[in-house]
Design a protein around this ligand. Structure first.
Ligand code: SF4
Length: 599
């Protein structure tokens, strides 16, 4: 876009707020503009809460949020933290367009500015002008009208909910059985072997050629897997998980399962670049800085993570520990006996801990005997009251959940004394199959709870998609526990969803289902510090919007009222780009229009 068109576009957007446009167009200093805009916003804020009759009902909430956010963006502290001055940038675009190094704004920048100004001026147009009819009545009449409104809202939700398939649907079950037959035929294996988890680990599909013999691949998928294979980027798919994939890559929902494990070209190419520079740059969660001893990670006062093995039967493309995992299901990835003993000794010598999360990698790749030994050692430590086992094998390799494994684990589950619980990782309703349900029921029948941690990625972020997942999880006995923002690493750009979408999902979609189902907490995992609860807006601030349309956030440490710790500055992905991607897969952007007003 040339400078003239940029100016024209900017002026059009600023016209949403004539008083602000006037300030921006005058030739005073940036600081003077900052002061004048602040004064205007303060006056508007006071008027809003003084019951301004010009503001349609509820618009005042959006105005409050937009003004608050804009004021934070204007702060010098925000500019220092983000390394960017939003107000100076707009000023330069208007008065100093030839300034050296001045970036052109992306469409995402214009979109953010436009929505912010609409929010400030009470012009979002989100709310219908007419108040709901039930508010005018009382008693049964009001209740009936309200009930009709609620039914309408439920029908609206079901328009989406009914669209998403689940692995328990009869047609999907039939398709998966046919896939299984095809895979068994390819390997010349039997049904009995299919039920043996070790057969699956021996036949993990690790190369593009075999994968193409078993599944119709797009050119990009084939190329990306070939690069992964050649460059030793961990890649593998269990035959079981492969049986969940639709053979037609063009099928509307095929990509949601494939994307969990088949990397994109962007992913493999970025990983190659990273590998060339240094491994540490991939350690987004700063695990190295939170590991007091090999095999242990600690970010909280009472919980520590024990990592006895650093591999999984297949590697999730968005895995935060991909920098540590060298290969899929590799025996070299097991922590040595001596290191494991030292890690457990460290736990025993740290009496402040009450809970241990055993994860990795996936601890269920270890032999039963080793798992039992580890649990035995931990159960001898009096201060450990709870042991969590973090595993995705119930989803990628449900055959691993044998009766003997469950019995061996249950041995240490003593109600009233010590709790053993399972934390698994289901990403999509298509992963919920009869096999997964049976695996979960085995734990449940022994009184052990099973929880789910979902990573909220592009591939499960369509309207009400996560609602369907939570619902099916509850139906098979899994409690939704955490929903994580995808880690902010370049290689996972394809997966990342802007924070406003997580907030929108919680407030508009999860909110429609009963509290027994929406039990998960949405979190941003702050590197080196731990979880920031996103739903509480007082724990994070938008501090800037970059020319790319990316919002910059400042996250507060979870312990901020207990102890001093640094805040964390994070650049999110662009809301505009995310919306364009949704559009490219056939989503109606009108359904997401409120996203701009979540901060
Ligand atoms: S199951 Fe967990 S540890 Fe294993 S690859 Fe997936 S995200 Fe990473």
């Amino acid at each position: 876009m040339d400078k003239g068109r940029i100016l024209q576009r900017l002026q059009n957007i600023l016209s949403i707020s004539p008083p602000m446009k006037k300030v921006f167009m005058t030739k005073v200093t940036v600081d003077e503009k900052r002061n004048q805009i602040r004064e205007f916003l303060t006056k508007l804020f006071i008027e809003t809460f003084g019951d301004d009759p010009n503001i349609p009902p509820m618009e005042y909430v959006l105005r409050r949020d937009s003004i608050t956010t804009f004021r934070k963006i204007l702060m010098k502290r925000s500019e220092k933290l983000s390394g960017f001055s939003f107000i100076e940038y707009i000023n330069d675009l208007i008065h100093n367009p030839e300034k050296e190094g001045l970036e052109n704004p992306d469409p995402g920048f214009f979109a953010e500015l436009e929505h912010m100004l609409k929010g400030i001026m009470g012009k979002t147009g989100i709310y219908p002008e007419k108040a709901p009819a039930f508010a005018k009545y009382e008693g049964t009449k009001a209740a009936r009208l309200r009930s009709a409104d609620l039914s309408r809202l439920s029908r609206y939700a079901h328009k989406f909910i009914d669209f998403y398939p689940c692995g328990l649907d009869s047609d999907i079950k039939r398709r998966n059985i046919a896939n299984k037959a095809r895979i068994l035929k390819y390997f010349g294996a039997t049904e009995l072997e299919w039920e043996n988890w070790k057969w699956h680990t021996r036949h993990i599909i690790r190369d593009a050629k075999t994968l193409r013999s078993l599944l119709e691949l797009t050119d990009e998928e084939y190329k990306a897997v070939s690069i992964a294979e050649k460059s030793k980027i961990p890649f593998g798919i269990t035959p079981y998980y492969l049986s969940l994939m639709d053979n037609d890559p063009e099928n509307v929902n095929a990509y949601v399962v494939r994307a969990q494990v088949i990397p994109s070209l962007h992913y493999v190419n970025s990983l190659l670049e990273y590998k060339k520079s240094s491994e540490t740059s991939m350690d987004f969660m700063l695990e190295r800085d939170t590991s007091p001893i090999e095999g242990i990670t600690r970010r909280y006062p009472m919980i520590a993570i024990l990592k006895p093995i650093l591999t999984c039967p297949q590697i999730c493309v968005y895995c935060q520990r991909n920098w540590e995992i060298e290969d899929v299901y590799s025996l070299k990835a097991v922590l040595s006996k001596e290191k494991l003993e030292n890690a457990i000794k460290w736990i025993a010598e740290t009496p402040e801990l009450t809970e241990i999360l055993i994860t990795g990698g996936d601890p269920f790749l270890l032999p039963n005997q080793k798992i039992e030994h580890m649990l035995f050692k931990l159960s001898r430590i009096p201060h450990i009251k709870r042991i969590r086992l973090g595993t995705r094998t119930p989803i990628t390799l449900p055959q691993r959940i044998t009766d003997s494994l469950v019995r061996d684990i249950n041995h240490f589950h003593h109600p009233g004394k010590r709790e053993i619980l399972i934390v698994t990782h289901v990403e999509h309703p298509l992963e919920i199959t009869p096999q997964v349900m049976n695996a979960v029921q085995k734990f449940r029948s022994f009184g052990m709870d099973v929880y789910n941690q979902m990573v909220y990625t592009f591939y499960n972020s369509r309207r009400f998609e996560a609602v369907v997942l939570r619902d099916k999880l509850r139906l098979i006995g899994i409690t939704p526990y955490y929903t994580f923002n995808t880690k902010g690493k370049d290689e996972t750009y394809d997966f990342r969803v802007p924070i406003p979408r997580l907030l929108q999902e919680q407030k508009e979609e999860a909110r429609l289902v009963p509290g027994t189902v929406r039990t998960d907490e949405i979190v941003f995992n702050v590197p080196g510090l731990g979880k920031n609860y996103l739903r509480a807006t007082q724990h994070h601030d938008v501090i800037s919007i970059l020319p790319s349309g990316y919002r910059v956030y400042e996250f507060h440490p979870w312990e901020k009222k207990l102890a001093l710790a640094n805040t964390y500055v994070y650049t999110d992905v662009s809301v505009y780009d995310y919306m364009q991607r949704l559009k490219s897969i056939g989503e109606d952007l009108q359904d997401y229009k409120t996203i701009w007003y979540y901060y």
